[in-house]
Design a protein around this ligand. Structure first.
Ligand SMILES: Nc1ncnc2c1ncn2[C@@H]1O[C@H](COP(=O)(O)OP(=O)(O)O)[C@@H](O)[C@H]1O
Ligand SMILES: [Mg+2]
Length: 245
């Protein structure tokens, strides 16, 4: 049982922006994907999700090959992604946003909706509110809830904390921990490297679309110099990325 990414290259505008990236993820585990702006993190997500074209490599879920399949097939195979930028349908209500996620062919729409509201009481209280009028944190909950509507075995979360206040980031990270404890395998792309590395077993660092580090998350956490080198190459240093206490 695992999600396996083997030698994956992803294209944008006809050229590889992710080259030869590999990792595997087991249920109930977290893999952190780190790297500075433009490193290829989102393109990697979009490649796995079936949105951007793959030029090499394979994506296997529980041993079955879903490389290059449509986003719909990837999702019904058990992999859901929360894209960057807490995207919601601003002119639709919270309830309509979540139901739209379930309108394809996933079973148990009402059951998954009930679980989503149970997980996010903040949303249950605002079912009829237009998503565009929610706070950024609440919109991110809708985006997460949208992904959870297909009851995925693997969840890929791209920059969940971007632009959100520390308190709401902590709330959302508690949800990630809950999901992990419930056996969901999670790929976490995160600017707050400490938060991600604390949860993760495995970490990879991308630079210019290539893997610069693949190994223990805790080793990276304990070696800031190693992390800096993976981000920027030898002799360079990152700005601090710890979340305000
Ligand atoms: N549609 C596109 N066409 C051409 N280049 C793109 C496109 N989307 C992203 N890129 C390029 O791919 C690289 C990786 O981008 P991205 O995956 O968004 O980085 P990250 O998420 O790590 O910040 C960047 O150099 C970016 O400019
Ligand atoms: Mg990105």
């Amino acid at each position: 049982m695992s999600l396996e990414i083997k030698g994956l290259s992803v294209q944008a505008s006809g050229k590889d922006v992710v080259t030869n990236v590999s990792f595997s993820l087991d249920p109930g585990k977290v893999t952190a994907i780190l790297g500075s702006n433009g490193a290829g993190k989102s393109e990697l997500v979009l490649g796995i999700a079936g949105v951007m074209p793959i030029s090499a490599g394979t994506v296997l879920i529980e041993g079955s090959d879903i490389t290059g399949k449509s986003p719909d097939i990837v999702r019904s195979s058990g992999v859901a992604a929360v894209p960057e930028g807490h995207k919601v349908l601003t002119q639709l209500s919270v309830d309509e946003n979540l139901r739209a996620a379930g309108s394809l062919r996933w079973a148990d729409l009402e059951e998954n909706l009930r679980k989503t509201y149970e997980r996010f009481p903040e949303l249950a209280e605002r079912k009829g509110q237009l998503a565009g009028t929610l706070s950024g944190g609440q919109q991110q909950m809708v985006a997460l809830g949208h992904a959870l509507m297909s009851a995925p075995n693997y969840l890929i979360i791209d920059e969940m904390s971007l632009g959100l206040a520390p308190l709401i980031v902590k709330r959302l990270f508690r949800v990630v921990e809950e999901l992990q404890a419930q056996g969901v395998g999670i790929v976490l792309i995160e600017q707050f490297t400490d938060l991600a590395l604390n949860l993760a077993g495995h970490a990879i660092v991308l630079r210019s679309g290539r893997c610069q580090y693949s190994g223990s998350a805790k080793t990276l956490l304990a070696n800031p110099d190693l992390l800096d080198e993976a981000y920027f190459g030898a002799g360079h240093h990152r700005a601090g990325t710890a979340i305000g206490a």
